[in-house]
Write a protein of this length. Structure first.
Length: 135
């Protein structure tokens, strides 16, 4: 069964809610969504972030998101009002191209190499070529 957890409401009956604070948007989301099998409003904890972070780390989850209560939704922008706090080390990359495998590297249409660049450090020096098998 597929489950959907809803965390935010950006539009309501044609009204743009992105200028409202996250708490107001969430309250409206809870008013308009009736939980049914597979669809529910995701939970949050107020003032218990350290506890939640420890639990995320114990469970091997990626991390948590901390949001300032008054924060608005800013499409296409990263804001200091929303923090992604990672519980496990990892790096994000932007894939800029790939080559198809040839000869012994070609197996079931796997990709032989990705050209990728670090999202946080997009300099020329951060370009790497990595072999991967992707189906």
């Amino acid at each position: 069964m597929v489950r959907s957890f809803l965390f935010d409401l950006l539009w309501d009956n044609g009204r743009d809610l992105t200028g409202k604070g996250v708490v107001q948007r969430r309250e409206r989301l809870q008013e308009v969504i009736t939980p049914v099998a597979g669809i529910q409003v995701g939970g949050y904890l107020d003032e218990r972030g350290v506890e939640l972070f420890r639990l995320a780390k114990e469970k091997g989850l990626e991390g948590i998101i901390a949001k300032r209560k008054s924060s608005t939704y800013q499409p296409g922008r990263r804001s200091s009002d929303w923090l992604k706090i990672k519980a496990r080390p990892q790096q994000e990359f932007v894939v800029g191209g790939f080559t198809e495998g040839k000869g012994s590297l070609r197996c079931n249409d796997h990709v032989a190499e990705f050209w990728r660049r670090s999202r946080d450090h997009p300099s020329k020096e951060s370009l790497t070529v990595a072999s991967d098998s992707v189906r």
